[in-house]
Ligand binder design. Structure first.
Ligand code: AKG
Length: 317
């Protein structure tokens, strides 16, 4: 076969793949479970087939559900200095013009952050406690007694403990841009609600990535933000597309992708499987805790790497 025909054949296979994968296991919406499953059942029905679900009555016994008001958090944590992501537009870790821009990571007393969330103080900027890297255990250890250090049935199902337990609290204007990672993610909403837009890993051929110079927002003397390039030579691959308002002229393939959308309410837990693309928004002052369990680097991972590699190869050719 001539090279051009071979390339067309590979492109055809990649374009057909998301639909074929969907036909095998598509869900119109994210299903609900009424209670936490047994470890074996959870592994068999959800982790192994890499399917999301929302689990009710899994965290109803956590004191956090009753205790964690902004007032309570102020009382327990107010004087502590914590890391807060600050941006001019609500997008931390996202593409802005021709850069991949990370937030200013500001160290500030938690009570100053709460003043902004509660609108006691106004700021033109957007603030989000979203440090990840286990910020709940590292920066908010006083709150650990109100939740659990791990989710026992998940730890048993996977045969390991979570790599990170994260605390999330922010303004409604703070948005997490579309991305994916290698965690089996149990996302628990304590108060307010989170809106997720999800794509299965099989949608990869329709999801654009581009390479960007890494940069960070820095506040200047006059309070305005500048974007300062990182010194690293490596460019960052990131998704430039806003799935809520996709530029289909620039990324026409995305029109064929079919996102799932769901809202996770207080007391509910979303199982967000590894390698799923996710875009996240929240109600103002929403409080959440999530558990990142590292995925198994098994055949599923290798197949995804192949899909990713082929998609990149036909995009640059
Ligand atoms: O809650 C968020 O804003 C983002 C969560 C997320 O992207 C993650 O846990 O991987």
């Amino acid at each position: 076969m001539a090279e051009g025909a071979a390339l067309r054949a590979v492109r055809g296979c990649l374009a057909a793949f998301p639909r074929e994968a969907r036909e095998l296991g598509w869900m119109e919406c994210v299903p609900y479970l009424d209670r936490p499953p047994s470890p074996l059942e959870f592994y068999r029905e959800w982790v192994s087939p890499n399917k999301p679900c929302i689990i009710r009555n899994a965290i109803g016994h956590w004191p956090a559900l009753r205790k964690w008001t902004l007032e309570y958090l102020r009382e327990v944590m107010g004087h502590k200095v914590v890391s807060v992501a600050v941006t001019p537009n609500g997008y931390a870790d996202a593409v802005f013009h021709d850069r991949f821009v990370m937030p200013e990571e500001r160290q500030m007393p938690f009570m100053d952050f709460l003043d902004i969330v509660e609108k006691k103080v106004t700021s033109p900027n957007v603030f989000y406690v979203q440090k990840q890297c286990s910020n709940l255990t590292e920066e908010f250890p006083e709150l650990m007694c109100d939740v659990q250090p791990d989710i026992p049935w998940m730890s048993e199902a996977l045969g390991k403990k979570p790599d990170a337990v994260n605390f999330w609290l922010g303004e409604s204007t703070a948005v997490t841009s579309l991305h994916k990672d290698h965690y089996e993610n149990l996302y628990c909403v304590i108060s307010g609600e989170k809106q997720f837009l999800l794509h299965p890993p099989s949608d990869r051929p329709f999801i654009p990535y581009e390479l960007y110079q890494a940069a960070t927002y820095k506040v200047s003397e006059d309070g305005s933000f500048e974007i300062v390039d990182e010194k690293t030579a490596d460019k960052v691959p990131w998704i430039p597309l806003d799935p809520l308002n996709p530029n289909l002229e620039r990324y026409p393939e995305y029109a064929q992708a079919k996102p799932l959308q769901c809202t996770v309410k207080a007391g509910e837990m979303l199982y967000l499987p590894s390698l799923w693309f996710h875009h996240v928004q929240q109600s103002h002052g929403c409080i959440a805790v999530n558990y990142w369990y590292d995925m198994e680097y098994d055949l599923k991972y290798s197949y995804y790497q192949l899909l990713d590699g082929l998609t990149k190869a036909v995009t640059v050719l």
